[in-house]
Design a binder for this molecule. Structure first.
Ligand code: PHE
Length: 510
């Protein structure tokens, strides 16, 4: 049908040069000219298709026409209310007058009500006793005739006043219609064959390309959106954080060890072996393999000694040391475990060892996933799911103010409102929790934890007493939530997060 119609338009243009009024076209499969609004819409589809190939050009004209309402259609089928009332009554003197109550039963409440008034006004019916009779033996149903005319032509020859009257009676409504004048376009031809989109070897060898009709490039086309990958907002923020650290002179440390030993995750950090964080309810332990590889022998000895008996000016915990505890494998609870590995490697020079090939490390930062069994604790922003992301910068803290340093970092992230709170970590002294103001939650939220690593941690690694290391752990989630104006973590991570929200999340620039 669509092709037939296009062909019809082209043939008609070919024969006549222009089509003055598309309402004169007789559509395929029809015997009447296409005067209705619907027919013109169908024609418009064909015109647009031909126009996009520049085969034709067209001008649009607007018309006002009328269509019947439901009630109008009913009248066309059954006659006007007044005509129906008239038809239901006996001729005067020829039968029993019909009471108003019976009339309602005969023609229905609505028709009886509306029709009586108009029939009286037209002088078609009269009262006789208590009842009604017809006084005209034949009538002309003007309303029905007018509606029939509107139905087929969209208007009335009798004029606007009658149209307005029918509109007021809600029997017809006005509708704007369109019709078109069509001219030949630059690519006019009578063939509707689709223009070609590909140039093939065959066309080149046969030379048929010369006479082929090619589709024009549409440089305005937006193209089909690609289903490329999208970075999760957390990763976008991580990238920005990473850039800030690199700009501040940090190097990135390896963080691929999701499984750590109790030694590296806790013992090396001077976390007592009886610390509640090490209990099964806080830490995920591995059942297989059950035991980690041994840490460097000497270092292990020094660590166990500082725990059990102290040293380097510390009294230690003076609690029995357990090798089994130290060798347990677990899902790391913080990336400070990776910092410990790195600091131990960094201290190689201080221990008088030559760094291993490819292991000449600088101060660094880690970032990676960490696992804690904290579960979903209640908090305003639904924070603290078992899995968190942590970034752990560690650097020479000998000549910097740790709070000042962190202020600089957060300022670069666009977070100017920072507060510190004294805290406790077994491995740092002093320890500072970092709070940032969350504008959406309208309150201070914790964004990190930090401190100066204790001698009990650094000295067994081989660092001399004058080396001070500042370490911090910053969550990735909270700054991301602040940045994206999110006040519940469940809109950021978890199975309820729609994938489109990840795909459509705007880029972040700090
Ligand atoms: N490990 C701490 C945490 O996960 C962060 C931290 C790192 C604190 C380094 C002090 C020094 O909260």
């Amino acid at each position: 049908m669509a092709e037939d119609l296009q062909q019809l338009v082209l043939n008609s243009l070919n024969d006549n040069g222009t089509i003055q009024d598309t309402r004169t076209l007789v559509l395929p499969g029809s015997s009447q000219p296409a005067s209705s609004a619907d027919a013109q819409i169908t024609i418009l589809g064909a015109l647009n298709s031909l126009d996009s190939r520049e085969m034709i050009k067209y001008d649009t004209h607007e018309t006002l026409s009328h269509v019947l309402t439901r009630e109008g259609t009913q009248i066309v089928l059954k006659g006007s209310h007044e005509a129906r009332v008239w038809a239901a009554l006996p001729v005067q003197g020829a039968g029993q007058p019909v009471s108003p109550a019976d009339l309602k039963k005969l023609v229905g409440d609505e028709t009886a009500k509306v029709g009586q008034g108009r029939a009286f006004k037209n002088g078609w019916i009269a009262k006789e006793g208590q009842g009604l009779v017809k006084v005209k033996s034949s009538i002309t149903d003007v309303t029905q005739n007018q509606l029939l005319e509107v139905d087929s032509t969209g208007t009335l020859t009798s004029g606007d006043k009658d149209l307005a009257d029918l509109r007021k009676r809600k029997l017809i409504i006005q509708k704007t219609g369109k019709w078109f004048t069509v001219h030949k376009g630059p690519n006019f031809s009578t063939s509707t064959a689709k223009p070609l989109t590909d140039l093939t070897v065959d066309m080149l060898t046969s030379g048929s390309w010369k006479s082929s009709n090619f589709k024009k490039y549409n440089f305005e086309a937006e193209g089909i959106p690609t289903n490329g990958g999208a970075l999760h907002p957390l990763l976008k923020v991580r990238e920005e954080m990473r850039n800030i650290f690199l700009e501040m002179g940090f190097a990135e440390m390896p963080t691929s060890s999701y499984v750590e030993s109790g030694f590296w995750c806790f013992d090396a950090l001077f976390v007592p072996q009886q610390h509640p964080a090490r209990e099964v309810q806080d830490t995920f332990y591995l059942s297989d393999p059950i035991k980690s590889l041994p840490p460097p022998r000497d270092y292990y000895e020094r660590v166990s000694k500082v725990h059990e008996h102290g040293g380097y000016g510390s009294t230690g915990y003076r609690a029995p040391w357990s090798d089994a505890e130290s060798y347990k494998l677990l899902l790391r609870t913080h990336t400070t475990a990776s910092s410990a590995h790195m600091l131990y490697k960094l201290a190689a020079v201080c221990r008088g060892e030559k760094p291993k090939e490819g292991e000449e490390y600088d101060w660094g930062g880690t970032s990676g996933r960490v696992e804690r069994k904290e579960g979903l604790e209640k908090s305003d922003d639904g924070f603290r799911p078992a899995k968190l992301f942590s970034i752990d910068p560690a650097h020479d803290g000998s000549r910097v103010s740790c709070a000042g340093f962190m202020r600089v970092y957060f300022k670069k992230m666009g977070i100017e409102n920072i507060r510190f709170k004294p805290a406790y970590n077994p491995y740092t002294e002093p320890s500072l929790e970092i709070f940032a103001f969350h504008p959406q939650l309208d309150k201070w939220v914790e964004v990190g934890n930090s401190g100066m690593f204790r001698p009990e941690m650094l000295a067994p690694m081989g660092f001399p007493p004058d080396v001070h290391v500042h370490g911090w752990g910053i969550s990735l989630e909270r700054p991301t939530m602040i940045r994206y104006g999110i006040n519940n973590i469940r809109t950021l991570v978890g199975h309820k997060v729609p994938i489109e929200s990840v795909e459509k999340a705007p880029a972040v620039r700090f």
